[in-house]
Structures are given as structure tokens and as C-alpha cells.
Design a protein around this ligand. Sequence first.
Ligand code: CP3
Length: 381
Amino acid sequence: MILPPQHPLSAGSTSDSRLVRAYRGERSDTTPVWFMRQAGRSLPEYRDLRVGTRMLDACLDPAMAAEITLQPVRRHRVDAGIFFSDIVVPLKLVGVDVEIQPGRGPVFGKGYADASAIAELTAIDPAILDEKSGPITEAVERTIAELSTTAPAGRETGATPLIGFAGAPFTLAAYLVEGGPSKDHLAARTLMHADPGAWRDLMHWTAELTGRFLRTQVLAGASAAQLFDSWAGGLSLADYEQHVAPASARALSFVHDLAYETTDASGEAPGSTVPVIHFGVGTGELLGAMRGVGADAVGVDYRVPLDVAASRVGDGVPLQGNLDPALLAAPWPVLDAAVRDVLRRGRVAPGHVFNLGHGVPPETDPTVLTRVVELVHEAGA
Ligand code: CP3
């Protein structure tokens, strides 16, 4: 794999960042912090920019996607940008009829709930995504151009890493089978048992499509990759292992060969691979299995304390998380204590990246987020 010299993986510009070091299981001067859904409706500058533009159109406008990605980095001085996109973008790019309805989520022109509908979907060659990914590549490149000269809080120089992301095959399938959002993903859970062959085909196809989406972002300049299996918490461990884990492993295989090419300032040997983080909501029972599909670090939701999560994922696994987003609206002394508690519990893991246990609620006061970043950086050493 030949990457351009300015790519963070070739230039080594992010390989000794707090973020990448934490995902490798190393400690830095302080604990790195970013927030899931840090780009979005909690920011007035985001709401202003989005007026009159539909969500998926915003994702496919490189200048707008880059600007939205950068907004929370400038404002909060977090340790990472997360690429502004959506888990359904690769589906849209290969021609699937999908829109994102405000307040609701992804809605499809039809549901893919039986073998014939799935056969129609999987007839699309996932490899065509690579030809359609120009807007993604351009948006990531524009973002990296600014992040390469933006140091996180407390650092004079250096780059802020960009995290690329994709939806895990199950979470995408949960939407595809239902044709839209659902409470407990019943139709998907039925299909995996009622027609395991069709289910396998759907998962295999989705894994390749979403894996290629993730790979595109890393090739364009992302320094880490997060797989969101937001709805996997609805599954038993047995169903997860049998019907889901192989497809998630396949999705991640699309980035496992991508590695830092240079020796970094910390003397890290060349060739360490791009760190992969795996996150889901309500996945306390699945944490070990989610690590097992090929993740370097595990994202934990707010239900399981990090010290308990550490014993479930096994020794030596960096963790990310896990402040309950509800506490962002609590009085500051309550929030302050909760942040410190997360930091204290996170010390049992070899590396810890502070985050929320799920996304930033849209009504969050953004000045509170900035204050949390400051607190984590002061207290997190
Ligand atoms: O800052 C970031 O975290 C980056 C951007 C990001 C978005 N979607 C932007 C977005 C990320 C990482 C996602 C992933 C995503 N999308 C997931 C996995 C993460 C999770 O939250 O569990 C899921 C399940 C989706 C599907 C989806 N897209 C939902 C459920 C919604 C919310 C619908 C709503 O309006 O409440 C979306 C839309 C969406 N994706 C928005 C944003 C900023 C809101 C759209 C808007 O601002 O109008």
C-alpha cells in the first residue's frame, strides 16, 4: 500500500498523539477525550450550516462534511475529530433507496426481510463503492489538511487525529430488514433463525460494503477506525457469536492491513496497524466477543463501569467511554464527580480514551462539553 507522504500513516504526524497511544495501550501526559456525536445538533454553528440541506446531502458535500467535522475540534479542543458522515452513506452511494428523517433516523424505500429482497440487494457489487467514494475521500482529505496543524488542548504543536467510522453489519441489517428504525430489531432477529442462508448472504454483503467504506476513510487520512454496532445489545451472546461476529470480523478485515509506515517520536516500531475501536449500546454481555472480532480497543456504554468492563474484555485491552450522556444536563458538581469516577475506573485499563456511553444528546449545552474536556485534561493524567 503506497500512501502519499503527507498521509498521517506515512508522515507519522498522529502516531504519538494521546489518542493513538491510548488505543495502543499507552499512557500520555493526560487522558485523551472525544465525544460520540460531537459533530451535530448540540452546536449552533452546525444547525446554522445545515439549514436547507438534507442530512445525506450534507454527508456527500465534501466542503460541508469537512467543516462540520472540524467544528467540535475547534470549539472543544478534543483529542480527535470523528468524520461527519452516517452509517447508511455507503448504502446510498451504491444506489440503495435510503433517506435520513430528522428525529427518526434512516428510512428505506422498502424492507429487505426475505430471500428474494436480499438477493436483489446483494446483486449490487460492493466493489462499485470504491468508484463512488470520491466525495468521502475529498471530505477526509480536506479535514486532514486542517487537522494536521491543529493541536489538541495542552499541546503547542502536533496534529489532531481523525477517526473514521462505519456501521457494523448487524446494525445496518437491523435497519435494512425492517426498512427503518425499530425498537428491538425483531424482524432481523427472526430472519437470522428463520432463514440463516439469506441472513448470511445479507451479512456477508453488508460486511464488505461497510468494510470498504471504512477502508476508504483510512486511505484518505483517518488515523483510527471505529465500528459502531449500536444495536448489537439486543442479541444474546450465542446469537452474536453465531450469526453476527463472523461478519463484523470480515468488515474489520478491510482495514487490518493498513499500518503506520514510519517510526514515530515515541520510538514505536514501524508497522503498527491502524487502531480499531468496537462500540455498541447495551453490550455488557458481549464485550469479550466484540473484542474477539479483531478490535484493538472496546467502547463501553454507560451501563457497565469501566473497571468491570476491563475484567470482561480481558487483560491488556484499552477501553473507551463511558460517561452517561444524561449527566451532561446535571449540576456541575454532580457531573464533575461522575467524570472523575469514570477516569478513576478507567485507570485499570492499559489505555483509556474518555468518551460518553453513547452520543451527545442534541439539547446538550456545548459549553458543558468544553468544560468536560478541560476537566478530563486536568484530572486525567
Ligand atoms: O460526531 C459524530 O459522532 C459523527 C457523526 C455520526 C453521525 N451518525 C451523524 C448524524 C456518526 C458516528 C453516526 C453514526 C450512526 N448513524 C449510528 C451509530 C452511532 C450511534 O448513534 O449509535 C447510527 C445508529 C446511525 C443512524 C442514524 N443517523 C440515526 C439513529 C440518526 C438520528 C436521527 C435523529 O434525527 O434523531 C441519524 C442521523 C444523524 N447522523 C444525525 C447526525 C448528526 C442527525 C441529523 C441531523 O442533524 O439532522
